[in-house]
Design a protein around this ligand. Structure first.
Ligand code: NAD
Length: 294
């Protein structure tokens, strides 16, 4: 087991952020008579997706946001889903919209994501928000990268000038995170992916190692240097002989890597809660932008 002083405790920091948001929501309510409102669309009955959406709704309740959950059957057509998104886009009472991924095969996640109004895209997935990452005045930032940067900052990790190695270059995590670390935080960034030759040779150079590969326990102790800061985005359900029938595994072999790391995120309780906190922060920002525009 690792020393708790080494833990980048996403759950704790997310709770601090939620307390801050709740206080602000009280003030906004008395000033504007209205609180931020998040809508979530869930399609089908995938267990993990239900859990993720329920956690987001729970977080809305906790901070005093209004919320709307729309749960459609997995058989809903793409055009009907697009119509529902349009309806929410045009609903002046709703500030933020998320569509929980993955979607059934007959629905294009790219098309659906792009349908969301960028001003309401609190996951930060639309092309406009993605493109604006490299603006001095970004739009709504991709939630998972935004949460990770916030976690590192709250633990006062020195990012400027650090060598950050990002394992994974997906559109939702690895690519925006590496951009934010280089462009906004001035780290020196190496991006690794499935075609990278000799992954360990790169990960061993990292002052800050961020892993989003979706490959349980890909990173072992021999792949990091002493004193590295390790952020594990990965979260995979593995069949297990317990009450739930599964356990969650990160991309980092926690027990051994935590012996060498200076700071490390646990799975669960690291990046996941920070993603939800970022969703709330983005919804608050969307609300403020809307009120300012009235
Ligand atoms: P993805 O499948 O879209 O991308 C995976 C990336 O990892 C790709 O760039 C791929 O090239 C790279 N990769 C895969 N195997 C590799 C290997 N052996 N060596 C080097 N690179 C490799 O996945 P994603 O959407 O980026 O998600 C990654 C993980 O993070 C998943 O486990 C996902 O569930 C998790 N995730 C967690 C949160 C959260 O809030 N906690 C949010 C998003 C994603």
């Amino acid at each position: 087991m690792s020393d708790s002083s080494k833990i980048l405790d996403g759950r704790k920091v997310a709770n601090e952020i939620k307390d801050e948001i709740a206080t602000e929501v009280e003030q906004l309510k008395s000033r504007n008579g209205k609180v931020p409102h998040l809508a979530a669309i869930l399609v089908g009955d995938d267990g993990a997706s239900h859990t993720y959406v329920n956690n987001k709704i729970k977080a809305c309740k906790r901070v005093g946001f209004e919320y709307t959950l729309l749960n459609f059957p997995g058989t809903i057509s793409e055009s009907k889903l697009m119509t529902e998104i349009d309806r929410i886009n045009n609903d002046e009472d709703i500030d933020g919209l998320i569509v929980q991924l993955p979607l059934p095969d007959h629905i294009s996640a790219a098309k659906v994501t792009e349908k969301i109004l960028p001003e309401k895209d609190v996951d930060g997935f639309t092309n406009q928000n993605y493109g604006r990452i490299t603006s001095k005045n970004p739009g709504l930032m991709p939630a998972t990268p935004y949460g990770m940067v916030e976690l590192l900052k709250r633990y006062k990790v020195e990012i400027k000038g650090a060598h950050c190695v990002m394992v994974g270059n997906s559109r939702t995590v690895g690519a925006p995170m590496s951009t934010i670390m280089a462009y906004h935080e001035f780290a020196t960034v190496t991006v690794c992916h499935i075609h990278t030759k000799d992954l360990a040779n790169h990960t061993k150079q990292a002052d800050i190692l961020i892993v989003a590969a979706g490959k349980p326990e890909l990173i072992t102790a021999d792949m990091i240097k002493d004193g590295a800061v390790v952020v594990d985005v990965g979260i995979t359900r593995i069949d297990a002989d317990n009450e739930k029938g599964y356990e969650l595994k990160g991309d980092v072999k926690f027990d051994e890597v935590s012996q060498k790391a200076k700071l490390i995120t646990p799975v669960p309780g690291g990046v996941g809660p920070m993603t939800i906190a970022s969703l709330l922060l983005n919804t608050l920002k969307a609300y403020k932008n809307r009120i300012a525009a009235i």
